[in-house]
Design a protein around this ligand. Structure first.
Ligand SMILES: Cc1cc2ncn([C@H]3O[C@H](COP(=O)(O)O)[C@@H](O)[C@H]3O)c2cc1C
Ligand SMILES: O=C(O)c1cccnc1
Length: 332
């Protein structure tokens, strides 16, 4: 299949390889679909929301109430992710993986609450092993539902005050040096950055050694990261491409990747976030980001914007004429 797709790319009226990453995207999408790739008939972003006990350590600029408030904003269509999803003709589904708030039913809300926020992982496990496994299973259930509903290109986004602290702890638990990734998430003071660094150091010291992904998830993870990891595993097993967003969603991908490294063949890195550690953890899974727009928001914003380029790549391989059909000379 790879040869067939590559041959088609090389037959199009352009110097070989001149469309750069767009050619890589068309090839990867073709390998996922097992054919010259076709446009996805339905696209959706799943924004996984959850609360983190570690915010007690004063590691974020915003109060934890912002998490449920932003969930309501997503449901009302007023956040950045809603705007970019409308722009790319994608649906937004918000997942309550573990927000400390009771939400009323809403067609845009998927209720998969494992608990009302995780514990402070600088003091104890963020969650039990049973909850860690349950969060992975819930993520898989969401993916199955998405596939049954015809989603052919998915993205994951994050919403949770404290997410970048949890993401940093997860990456460190998998052996990435803290100094290579510690950074502000949203803009925080120097004191808060120090708190964040100390919180991660304390957590790693308290919980090491780390056995496997479930161990990492239960010790320093959170419900929303577990659900994102389960979502990725299930989509990959069903050959559905998923686009990652920034630092938190990529840390969640590490959890899934350590369970099944083959998932990387079904994953796109939508963009490179400004958070220092993002490119480090992308590289650890050999993922190459599509966009680089100096964004540091989350919610799935970078992922959904990259949908346009994924679609452009698919249109390119389908709609361009070949040297032969357009009667353009090619040196043999
Ligand atoms: C109003 C607002 C909207 C957001 N949308 C995404 N995030 C992003 O910021 C949070 C992580 O940053 P940290 O680790 O520094 O707390 C996550 O919720 C993430 O999605 C937001 C943050 C805020 C304040
Ligand atoms: O990299 C990201 O996606 C990010 C950065 C800051 C806050 N939330 C998310």
């Amino acid at each position: 299949m790879k040869e067939q797709i590559q041959k088609r790319l090389d037959s199009l009226t352009k110097p070989q390889g001149s469309l750069g990453k767009l050619e890589d995207i068309a090839l990867k999408m073709g390998l996922i679909q097992g054919r010259i790739p076709k446009l996805p008939r339905k696209k959706a972003v799943y924004v996984f929301a959850g609360d983190h006990g570690v915010v007690e350590e004063d590691v974020s600029a915003s109060p934890k109430e912002v998490t449920p408030q932003m969930v309501l904003n997503f449901l009302n269509g007023g956040a950045a992710i809603n705007v970019f999803s409308r722009h790319t003709n994608s649906d937004v589904l918000v997942v309550d993986a573990g927000v400390n708030f009771y939400f009323k039913d809403n067609p845009g809300l998927i209720k998969k609450k494992v608990g009302y926020g995780t514990k402070n992982f600088t003091k104890e496990r963020a969650m039990s092993i049973i909850e860690a496994k349950k969060s992975i299973e819930y993520g898989r259930e969401i993916a199955r539902h998405s596939i049954v509903n015809g989603v052919e290109l998915a993205a994951i986004g994050d919403m949770g005050i404290g997410n970048t602290t949890t993401a940093t702890a997860i990456a460190c638990a998998f052996g990435i040096p803290l100094k290579d990734i510690i950074d502000i998430g949203t803009v925080i003071t120097n004191e808060q950055l120090n708190n964040k660094k100390r919180a991660v150091e304390k957590a790693i010291e308290l919980h090491k050694p780390f056995k496997d992904s479930i161990d990492v998830l239960s010790k320093v993870g959170s419900y929303c990261f577990g659900e994102m990891a389960g979502f990725l595993l299930e989509c990959a097993e069903n050959k559905i491409p998923v686009v990652l967003d920034g630092f938190p969603t990529t840390a969640a991908a590490m959890i899934a990747y350590k369970i099944n490294p083959k998932i990387k063949n079904f994953i796109f890195a939508g963009h490179k976030s400004l958070v220092k550690g993002h490119s480090v953890i992308l590289k650890s899974m050999e993922l190459d980001p599509i966009l680089d727009l100096n964004m540091r928001l989350g919610e799935g914003t970078g992922a959904v914007l990259s949908f346009s380029l994924i679609e452009a790549a698919i249109k390119m391989i389908n709609e361009m004429e070949t040297f032969e059909s357009a009667n353009v000379s090619k040196k043999e």
